[in-house]
Design a protein. Structure first.
Length: 291
């Protein structure tokens, strides 16, 4: 393997892994605070991509302007999701949350089919024709934008969680809901923040990937199961674990994909998930204290 190829594969792994991390962190945030899984997470990713395509191709908005719009749309949808559904569930109401979020996923999928139709779509922007040269590397502009937006979002998430009072309150509520209530933290308000932030990260992931991949109403189904595997391996509710495993999977897919195809990496990640569930149920970074 030449040095140029090694650098290209590493960059590709960093790009793919950044989006996996972003998507999985959104899922981990919701689980960390509410203690149940959102099976409709992939559909919000799909909506982020569909909204981006509509704004760029139909409305004629510049791609860079669609990013904040999609993030705001994700926050609004997250608040509506919490106030409309999740607020009515008890913390850790796992079985009921599965049925409700699977039903929501079906509603969103079929709603997208009705609004946008089943035909695959590919966003056409000026970025597609541009490339950047970094030494011997030739980087498509779409990949450069993908990486820049994802890394910026991950930085914001880290600073919000570990450098702000709201992040401290969120982590406190995730660790002990009753104790948080005793010191004046409103668990419902914090839960609303977690769901809004998690869905916003999800729609942002869709906006990023829409630059490179074909988009269609069922595009979130496969990715959500991969995100579950990432979160389980990293440790349910562990944001750091989700980020590390997400980047790790990106590198594995990049390097193995060259020789054995992307399917091999997918097989390995789900085998790793099974092994973690059997031998280390809390995950590689999991602890009794989450987030």
């Amino acid at each position: 393997m030449t040095l140029d190829l090694l650098l290209e594969l590493s960059l590709n792994g960093l790009v793919i892994g950044s989006t996996y991390a972003l998507f999985a962190i959104g899922l981990a945030l919701i689980f960390g605070v509410l203690e149940f899984v959102n099976f409709a997470h992939g559909e919000f990713y799909m909506l982020g991509a569909m909204i981006t395509a509509t704004l760029v191709q139909t409305v004629g908005l510049d791609y860079w302007l669609t990013v904040p719009v999609v993030v705001v749309a994700g926050i609004v949808m997250g608040i509506a999701l919490y106030d409309g559904l999740f607020k009515r569930l008890r913390q850790g109401d796992f079985e009921k949350s599965i049925l409700i979020t699977i039903g929501l996923a079906m509603v969103l999928q079929n709603g997208a089919l009705y609004v946008w139709g089943p035909s695959p779509n590919l966003i056409k922007t000026d970025l597609v024709a541009r490339v950047y040269e970094l030494g011997a590397l030739t980087i498509p502009a779409t990949r450069a934008v993908w990486l820049a937006v994802a890394l910026a979002a991950l930085t914001v998430v880290y600073l919000a969680l570990y450098r702000t009072r709201a992040g401290l309150a969120l982590r406190g509520a995730a660790q002990n809901r009753d104790a948080a209530l005793m010191v004046g933290i409103d668990p419902r308000r914090i839960s609303r923040y977690a769901v809004a932030g998690g869905i916003a990260l999800c729609t942002l992931s869709g906006a990023i990937l829409a630059l490179t991949y074909t988009i269609f109403p069922t595009m979130g189904v496969y990715l959500v199961f991969k995100a579950f595997a990432i979160v389980i391996i990293g440790g349910l509710g562990s944001v750091i674990g989700a980020a590390v495993v997400g980047f790790g999977l990106g590198f594995v897919e990049s390097f193995l994909g060259l020789y054995y195809g992307a399917a091999t990496a997918s097989i390995l990640v789900f085998l790793a998930m099974i092994a973690v569930l059997l031998f280390r149920p809390l995950g590689l970074f999991g602890r009794r204290v989450r987030i």
